[in-house]
Design a protein around this ligand. Structure first.
Ligand code: NDP
Length: 458
């Protein structure tokens, strides 16, 4: 008779929790997964997937506008927001069901309800106790907003994905991934968008040249980005809202959206009470094996607040299953994780920014290409693509690849393999390009960019 009901009990059926549980189940472990909302988590239900579907929807505006230069006559177009939202909902319903099926196939028991730990091996859900040898916290994160007057009027990305109608005018607060992506979606679909950021540029943490260029392109598309701007209050008025900045400016809008970061979901689970260390940000503190301060309790993904990306959570979750149930001790490697922002145009990067590389490596060589993509010659679109390579001057090793422009995420994914393998600039140079493509620029950059050392960034 086993000592516990399960070998692994996972709390949270998002990307990380599901990946870990399935992998553990495939190795014969007795696994349960507990979820209080729908199976799928942020990525499938409220994040990456629905967001990307809306990005696709918004991109048709470009396709219609560009088509004329290629000989097409495009009749007046019309956009139906409820139709897009219904189609998106149908797709995420399908994906959520696929997740359920995959869990069933891996013989993972699904438990519905909110889980709280009563001791390191016991979880209570809806008045019932379950015991497990190992417990995995994979509860993700939730939008967080600052407490200012009128904050109760704002929506987060959760609601933005389910609006009944497209707002005519929207104010978006924040300069991170989510704010930038939704600014692109709403702008592409025809809303007037004002984006308020407290720094001078968007997307702190990305390479400064890319940040500046993205800001220019988004402004060129009509997004009113206001830097060094903070909100003092939000008031509801007839027909909408007034956002008042700390400088006293007033902006009228039909809707106000906040995307000012996400907080780890650790509250109300009894974690601290049983000795799980939680940091100041509310995240579970884990070691390189994803283990918390309680040895049989693990955590992955956003709830640990490290690199908050779905594929990272998945890799972390699988590493735990390998370690515990396949006699294959596996640590997640958090270096050179590529990422993308599905802005319009999109950006993507792997490795170090110029600024970080200079700090860590001292002397670095910079290569940059800024050009009009071929498609824009006939379309007349003014947008330019920017590519940038950061190379360790001493060893010639590629430290960072950055891109702003169409297909950036698709292109950088391939380069991430090269960077992960420790490729040198010389090996990039020896690689034959694919012509005509934008990606070939990454293997044909010959001239170093000479300019005063650029440190700074705000
Ligand atoms: P981010 O941390 O990316 O950005 C938060 C933004 O809000 C920053 O610009 C920040 O400014 C600003 N901010 C924070 N607090 C305040 C405040 N009180 N007033 C005004 N502005 C404020 O968070 P997001 O919510 O955009 O996204 C959460 C995470 O989700 C991301 O970090 C990312 O890991 C993940 N994600 C990934 C996506 C992808 O891979 N494509 C897409 C969406 C989300 P400052 O820079 O000054 O701190």
């Amino acid at each position: 008779m086993p000592r516990y009901d399960f070998d692994l009990l996972t709390i949270g059926a998002g990307s990380g929790g599901v990946a870990s549980s399935r992998r553990a189940g495939s190795y014969g472990a007795r696994v349960a997964i507990c979820e209080e909302l729908r199976v799928g988590g942020t990525c499938v239900l409220r994040g990456c997937v629905p967001k990307k579907l809306l990005v696709y929807g918004a991109q048709f505006a470009d396709a219609f506008a560009d088509a004329e230069g290629f000989g097409w006559t495009v009749p007046p177009t019309d956009f139906d927001w409820p139709k897009l939202i219904a189609a998106k909902d149908k797709e995420i319903g399908r994906l959520s069901q696929i997740y359920v099926n995959m869990l069933n196939n891996a013989r993972v028991e699904i438990i519905d309800g909110h889980a709280a730990l009563t001791d390191p091996h016991t979880v209570e859900v809806a008045g019932r106790s379950y015991t497990a040898e190992n417990i995995l916290i994979a509860t993700g994160s939730w939008p967080e907003v600052p407490q200012i007057p009128g904050i109760e009027h704002v929506i987060s990305s959760n609601e933005a994905l389910d609006l009944e109608e497209l707002p005519g005018r929207i104010v978006i607060v924040g300069g991170g991934y989510i704010a930038v992506e939704f600014a692109g979606i709403f702008n592409g679909l025809g809303s007037e968008v004002v984006e308020l950021i407290r720094r001078p540029e968007l997307l702190y943490g990305f390479d400064d040249d890319i940040r500046e260029a993205l800001g220019q392109e988004m402004r060129g598309r009509g997004v009113d980005i206001r830097g060094r701007t903070q909100v003092a209050r939000i008031d509801k008025v007839t027909g909408g809202y007034i956002v008042t900045t700390t400088a006293g400016d007033k902006i009228e809008a039909d809707l106000v959206m906040y995307a000012t970061g996400r907080a780890p979901n650790t509250k109300g689970m009894g974690l601290a009470e049983i000795g799980v260390r939680i940091n100041e940000a509310g995240a579970v503190v884990v070691d390189e094996w994803q283990r918390s301060s309680v040895p049989n309790i693990y955590a992955v993904g956003d709830v640990t607040d490290r690199i908050n990306l779905t594929p990272v959570a998945i890799a972390e979750g699988r590493a735990i299953a390998e370690t515990l149930f396949n006699d294959n001790p596996t640590k997640m490697d958090h270096t050179n994780v590529p990422s993308a922002v599905f802005s319009q145009p999109p950006i993507s990067a792997v490795g170090l920014t110029e600024e970080r590389a200079r700090r860590e490596y001292g002397e670095v060589d910079i290569y940059m290409a800024r050009f009009k993509p071929m498609k824009n010659t006939l379309s007349g679109r003014e947008e330019r693509t920017l590519m940038k390579l950061v190379v360790d001057a001493r060893t010639d090793r590629m430290l960072g690849c950055h891109m702003l422009g169409p297909d950036a995420p698709e292109i950088i994914q391939g380069l991430a393999v090269a960077v992960k393998c420790g490729a040198t600039k010389r090996q990039f140079d020896q690689t034959v390009g694919i012509h005509p493509s934008a990606a070939e620029e990454f293997v044909t950059m010959r001239e170093k960019t000479v300019r005063p050392t650029k440190l700074a960034a705000d």
